[in-house]
Structures are given as structure tokens and as C-alpha cells.
Design a protein around this ligand. Structure first.
Ligand SMILES: N[C@@H](CCC[C@H](N)C(=O)O)C(=O)O
Length: 305
């Protein structure tokens, strides 16, 4: 019995959430100790053998003055990344649901700077996603000068795309119809294309009219997701720069709709959308003895409007 206790490590409380079907395991690392290795994150992200999620979000105390929290993001493949739009909305809902703050405007430190989140009365969350970066080395994207559209060679096939960073790197391709777009074939090749030295999220954008678009995103480190918030912001920036979209656009993703606003170069992109809690759970992590067995329990989450 004692032996068994020693092989089981500490328990970890978490909340399963999603933003339009882009799903997350969210961990409060303020009130409980938390450190996971990349292989453990991959195991937990597995949809058959683990909890299953696109990203892990970790809430930590702030490391800067005038900031409420620090928020870290890990893809399903265990890589730590700079930005997550849907995650930011879920983060805002999480810190209020868990009573870590009662503020309506929350300032959060991410790996790429501070973002501001505003929780509305209707439960919708508005995120200031910051000013998009279009300078190739800063994205990072390999090009000798900045252009709105780049030509990229993918195994002998010429592909036209735009490149932008929303804190994280995005490539955006215009397509006639997202349903038949080559997301599964071109997505992974472009994600790891040498011209994106830090890899990239690849969006396939269909323009419906000047204020409506459809989008599918093959995400870096997670594969195609039902929605990508930073991808929707990047797509609207690209659509505006190419003169195809107005300043306020409803973007339809596979999991639902986001409203994105961008007033043009040098201004921040605003994103508005929902954040949903699904259930709360508890895991027993493997102990130091190397036992890889996990035990868990979960209870459905009561929704607040
Ligand atoms: N789902 C996210 C983006 C998550 C990070 C991304 N996969 C990356 O590697 O940059 C969103 O809603 O923005």
C-alpha cells in the first residue's frame, strides 16, 4: 500500500474549456505547484489515451508590474508558444470562474508581450491581440523584403501566401472554398516549410463579401483545429491589406464565429467571441518512481451565463 502511494505523484486540478471547439486543459499554477515535461503534455493531449486538447494553458502569477497574471501556452506536441486567441478568452473566463480576480479588464503577460482582455456581461470576451507584425524577419519568414503576397515553392508546386505575426507566426492562403481547400496536405508542409524557421500556423481564407469570411487553420504543433483566434486575426489583417475586407469582419470557423476588427497598419487587432467551460477534473501525476499510470476524476462544469 505504502509502495503504491510512493509511486503516485501529486494531484493536479484542471478545467477543460473551449473557444469555438478549439479545446484546452487549463491549469491554475498559482494555487498549486505545476511543472510538466513536453512528453507528459503530449500524453495528456492525446485524445484516446489522455484528456485530449489542442493547447494546455497555464495561469501563473505576473512577473511584471501593472499586470494581473502571466499566461503560458503549450501546443499538443509539447512546444511552448507565444499567443493563443481562443485561449486568451478562455483564460479570462477561467480566472473569473476560479475567483482569482473579479476584474472585468484583465492585463496578461504572454511570451510575446502584454495583452488586455475585457469580459462582457453577455459572457463574450473581447481581446486586444496587439499590433500585427508584417516585417519578415520579425514574423519570422524568410524573404528579402516585405510584400503583401509571397510565392513559395512546396515540393515543386508554387503557392501564393501572405505572412503575418500576431505574436505567433501565420501564413494565409486565399482559397475559393474552404471545404475543398488542401488543408490536410498543404497545411503540414507549409507549417514546417524552411521559409518559416519557427514553423507557422497555416490559414485557408475564403472571402464571402467585404465583411464576411470563412477560415480553416492547420495549427502549428496541433494540426487542424475547429477554430484559431490568432489565425482569424491574421486572416483579417491579410484580407484588409489585400483590399478585400473592411475593418470589421465576421469570420466563420468550423466551430463557430468570431468578430475581428482592425483599423489598419500600426493599430491593434480586436477579437470578440465566446469562452466555454466543459468540466473540472483532477489527475494524479506519475511519481518520481517512474510509474506512468495516471488516475483521474471529473465533474461537469456548471455554466455561468
Ligand atoms: N489556437 C490558437 C493558437 C495556438 C498556438 C498556435 N498553434 C501556435 O503554435 O502558434 C488560437 O486560438 O490563436
Amino acid at each position: 500500500m505504502n509502495q503504491q502511494r510512493r509511486t503516485q505523484g501529486p494531484t493536479l486540478r484542471f478545467t477543460k474549456m473551449h473557444g469555438l471547439g478549439n479545446d484546452f486543459m487549463v491549469v491554475d499554477a498559482i494555487s498549486q505547484p505545476f511543472r510538466l515535461r513536453p512528453e507528459m503534455i503530449r500524453e495528456l493531449a492525446n485524445r484516446n489515451f489522455g484528456i485530449g486538447f489542442d493547447q494546455l494553458l497555464v495561469v501563473e502569477p505576473p512577473g511584471l508590474p501593472d499586470v494581473d497574471f502571466r499566461y503560458r501556452i503549450f501546443n499538443a506536441d509539447g512546444s511552448e508558444v507565444e499567443q493563443c486567441g481562443n485561449g486568451a478568452r478562455c483564460f479570462a473566463r477561467f480566472v473569473r470562474d476560479q475567483r482569482l480576480t473579479n476584474k472585468k479588464v484583465i492585463r496578461v503577460q504572454t511570451a510575446k508581450g502584454v495583452i488586455e482582455l475585457r469580459v462582457g456581461r453577455d459572457g463574450m470576451v473581447m481581446v486586444n491581440m496587439g499590433v500585427p507584425e508584417l516585417n519578415p524577419p520579425a514574423i519570422p519568414f524568410a524573404a528579402d523584403r516585405r510584400k503583401d503576397v509571397y510565392t513559395v515553392d512546396v515540393d515543386g508546386q508554387t503557392v501564393e501566401l501572405s505572412a503575418v505575426s500576431m505574436g505567433n507566426p501565420h501564413g494565409v492562403l486565399l482559397v475559393d472554398d474552404v471545404d475543398s481547400a488542401p488543408v490536410e496536405t498543404l497545411g503540414p508542409r507549409l507549417e514546417r516549410h524552411p521559409r518559416f524557421p519557427a514553423r507557422a500556423n497555416i490559414g485557408f481564407l475564403q472571402i464571402l463579401d467585404r465583411s464576411h469570411a470563412r477560415l480553416r487553420v492547420f495549427e502549428r504543433g496541433s494540426g487542424e483545429t475547429l477554430a484559431c483566434g490568432s489565425g482569424a486575426c491574421a486572416a483579417v489583417v491579410v484580407g484588409c491589406l489585400r483590399g478585400l475586407l473592411d475593418h470589421r469582419v465576421e469570420v466563420e470557423l468550423r466551430g463557430g464565429k468570431l468578430v475581428i476588427e482592425w483599423q489598419g497598419e500600426g493599430t491593434p487587432v480586436m477579437m470578440e467571441g465566446p469562452a466555454t467551460s466543459v468540466f473540472e477534473g483532477q489527475l494524479r501525476l506519475p511519481g518520481d518512481s517512474g510509474s506512468r499510470r495516471r488516475r483521474g476524476s471529473a465533474r461537469p462544469h456548471k455554466q455561468r451565463p
